[in-house]
Write a protein that binds this ligand. Structure first.
Ligand SMILES: Cc1cc2nc3c(=O)[nH]c(=O)nc-3n(C[C@H](O)[C@H](O)[C@H](O)COP(=O)(O)OP(=O)(O)OC[C@H]3O[C@@H](n4cnc5c(N)ncnc54)[C@H](O)[C@@H]3O)c2cc1C
Length: 445
């Protein structure tokens, strides 16, 4: 048996930042199913939103609500926006660098459905910049133990109180962790889809485990399709994203006749629909994205990673359009949490993409997810610190703990994946995303 004070499941930006914000006198075990760097947080290209100044508050709030079809939790949205400068200050203190002008002022970029430039970026690898600096800061903490290739296969729970988790360790053996608090920071569900921009090991394990223990989930059918991923006939572990900020800086979408067919900066769900409709009309497997309208200097300075990938795939973006297609990208649904990231089970928290605090409503506004993950991870850590004096413990649960029911790992994996897929399908029947929110409320469904 392993004993720790706080168990954090996931080494993406939400798990790492939570570890950094937890009390320094508590022992933390932070685990990752794969290596520590293989998280979607490392893949984020476009950037992270920040409230530039108070004059942008109303507009940022409205853009987030409008993209989310006004199904967002207004309080969560307000908390996220108001906390953004504090979070960015923290990131800078950990060494994260964002593009600045010669006077040292932040430079901002724009993405779809934003009415103003308010996105901080680091080339087209903002997620790697942020998450690698967080990981380095966590590695320097004496109270944190990191274990990679270690998978949570269940939580330990009694009477709706969480006391720890069951893990498969790197050598394949099973073990149980006695922890005062468990924070689920397990990311999205892209691994359940054939075409996704996510890492394939992100299969919604925390959701399956929550379902198993009657922890409430919310809006699990709210799945975001990204309009533009690089189209290729070759098999890829995950689809390569052509960031929305490419369109924000001027790239246009073209049909099979090389003509524009839609507004490139509309919200992601609407743009994905427009592209899929055009593909159907044209009888094609992709549309084209032309990056040549972006000024050459800007193109090379801002998007080196995207240019390099296209080149590797045989396309010179300065001479020709590239083929793009929509793919699964982000999970707005998740484990239902309150404004301090508490789930409906005592001593169990959920943060980042695996959670649902209502910020994104039915559709996420671009570059809000890194910010939302960080803001609510910090709030979880603060809540844990406040709640510590009243923590419940039950050592008897760990005496002769039987691990036998977890021994068939493949069977368990399939069960978990199927339970999440079924839940998504059921939620879609009950609350179809194809129907407008207004019509749903009229029908009272
Ligand atoms: C290609 C791409 C580009 C993006 N661009 C942007 C952007 O520009 N701006 C933006 O705001 N957002 C962007 N996003 C979204 C954003 O990156 C994610 O929503 C965010 O990073 C999620 O962070 P997280 O900490 O919740 O999860 P992740 O970073 O995905 O980390 C999940 C962690 O959980 C671990 N894990 C999962 N299951 C288990 C288990 N059972 N046991 C142990 N560990 C487990 C994984 O190994 C991993 O360490 C992008 C996403 C992708 C895929």
């Amino acid at each position: 048996m392993i004993k720790t004070d706080i168990l954090i499941v996931g080494s993406g930006c939400s798990g790492l930042y939570c570890a950094l914000q937890c009390p320094k006198d508590k022992n933390i075990l932070l685990i990752s199913k794969s290596d520590l760097e293989s998280s979607d947080s490392y893949l984020a290209q476009g950037g992270i939103c920040m409230l530039k100044d108070d004059t942008d508050y109303e507009s940022y709030f409205e853009d987030t609500m409008k993209a989310g079809h006004y199904e967002n939790d207004k309080e969560s949205v307000g908390i996220m926006i108001r906390s953004s400068q504090d979070v960015i200050r923290d990131l800078v203190s950990y060494g994260a660098e964002f593009e600045q002008d010669p006077e040292g002022q932040f430079l901002f970029t724009k993405e779809g459905a934003h009415s103003d430039k308010r996105i901080l970026f680091h080339d087209d690898v903002t997620g790697r910049e942020i998450t690698s600096k967080l990981l380095a800061a966590v590695k320097a903490l004496p109270n944190v133990t990191l274990m990679e290739y270690t998978t949570m296969v269940d939580i330990v729970e009694k009477d709706n109180v969480c006391y720890g988790a069951v893990l498969t360790l790197q050598d394949g053996t099973l073990d149980v962790v006695d922890a005062d608090y468990v924070v689920l920071a397990c990311g999205g569900i892209g691994g359940l889809y054939e075409h996704s921009t996510n890492y394939s090991h992100l299969t919604g394990d925390a959701l399956a485990i929550a379902l198993r223990h009657n922890v409430a989930l919310k809006n699990t059918n709210y799945v975001q399709i990204h309009p533009t991923t690089f189209y290729t006939e070759k098999h890829e572990d995950r689809s390569f994203l052509i960031s929305e900020s490419v369109r924000g800086e001027g790239a246009v979408l073209l049909d099979k006749n090389m003509e524009r067919f839609t507004d490139e900066l509309q919200p992601r769900d609407l743009l994905s629909k427009a592209i899929l409709a055009q593909m159907q009309k044209d009888g094609t497997k992709h549309v084209w994205e032309d990056l040549r309208p972006i000024p050459r200097d800007e193109l090379f300075k801002h998007f080196p990673n995207i240019i390099a990938h296209c080149k590797e795939m045989g396309y010179d973006v300065t001479k020709e359009p590239i083929p793009v297609v929509p793919a699964q990208h982000y999970f707005m649904g998740g484990i239902q949490v309150d404004h301090t990231s508490r789930t409906t089970m005592e001593q169990l928290y959920a943060v980042g993409e695996t959670s649902n605090n209502g910020v994104h409503g039915r559709n996420r506004l671009a570059s809000n997810s890194l910010l939302e993950s960080l803001v609510f991870a910090k709030r979880a850590a603060k809540d844990i610190a406040e709640k510590y004096p009243v923590v419940k413990r039950d050592p008897t649960l760990f005496e002769n703990f039987s691990l036998e029911k977890y021994s068939d790992k493949e069977k368990l994996r399939k069960e978990y994946e199927q339970s999440v897929i079924l839940k998504i399908e059921l939620d879609e029947i009950l609350n179809p995303t194809g129907v407008d929110a207004e019509k749903r409320s009229e029908k009272n469904v």
